[in-house]
Design a protein around this ligand. Structure first.
Ligand code: ATP
Ligand code: MG
Length: 216
């Protein structure tokens, strides 16, 4: 049995064409079913649904043989582990977005940076944010949040946020402006290293099929 860990939503949806290239169809709709283990058209392949941030943990510890996770999630996960035991053979070029700094329109970010002010930054991505501002030589107070980062500058909790942006419509709806792009984000295939030895042939075939179907 090969177990693939996916998160519901965009990663699940955007992984379907890659699975199709490997001859695999998921036979249950995660938005309609309450099942956490989904069967596929292949008896030897199943999908487990986990939180996006839990995908690397499942794969690293053998709860799944492989999975799909965003670069954001992988960087934050790696920071908490000595050796993640994760093999990352492919950038799948799906779930694309960017990690950015955003502020309220009335906050002069450039001036704050220039003047060497301490900036209060709210984010779920503390590793990426810490590294970014350290490289810039900007002093920050990081405030860890688990969601709705956009609210932080609006309520005075923070001066800035570090968050994922794709179209920018969420920022716009909350009157925030993107002032800096930190990095481009896409999702990668992650594979358990022991599985790669024990289930070498079927995994190699799947990785190859995925590679052939990566959107350009
Ligand atoms: P949850 O929404 O359950 O709290 P999450 O936000 O981590 O979890 P998703 O929103 O499904 O889960 O995001 C999964 C991955 O997709 C992220 O880790 C990121 O790599 C990518 N992603 C997030 N937001 C966007 C976006 N707006 N556009 C494209 N890709 C995105
Ligand atoms: Mg989300």
């Amino acid at each position: 049995m090969i177990t693939l860990a996916l998160s519901k939503g965009r990663i699940f949806e955007e992984t379907l064409p890659l699975l199709a290239a490997a001859g695999i169809q998921v036979t249950e709709d995660p938005e309609k079913s309450r099942k956490l283990i989904l069967p596929t058209t292949r008896d030897d392949v199943r999908v487990v649904l986990v939180r996006a941030t839990d995908v690397p943990t499942y794969v690293a510890h053998g709860g799944a043989d492989l999975g799909v996770a965003g670069k954001d999630v992988l960087i934050e996960h790696a920071a908490g582990e000595a050796d993640t035991g994760l093999y990352q053979p492919l950038d799948l070029n799906i779930a694309k977005c960017r990690m950015s700094v955003a502020v309220r329109a009335d906050f002069d970010y450039e001036a704050a940076v220039r003047q060497g002010s301490r900036i209060r930054v709210a984010t779920k991505y503390t590793t990426i944010a810490r590294e970014h501002f350290a490289n810039k030589g900007v002093h920050v107070d990081l405030i860890k949040l688990y969601g709705s980062m956009e609210l932080a500058p609006l309520t005075g909790l923070a001066d800035a946020i570090v968050d994922l942006v794709s179209t920018g419509s969420t920022l716009k709806a909350n009157k925030l402006v993107e002032v800096e792009q930190i990095m481009n984000i896409s999702s990668r295939l992650v594979v358990n290293q022991a599985s790669l030895k024990l289930k070498r042939e079927p995994l190699r075939a799947m990785i190859q099929a995925f590679e052939s179907a990566i959107p350009r």
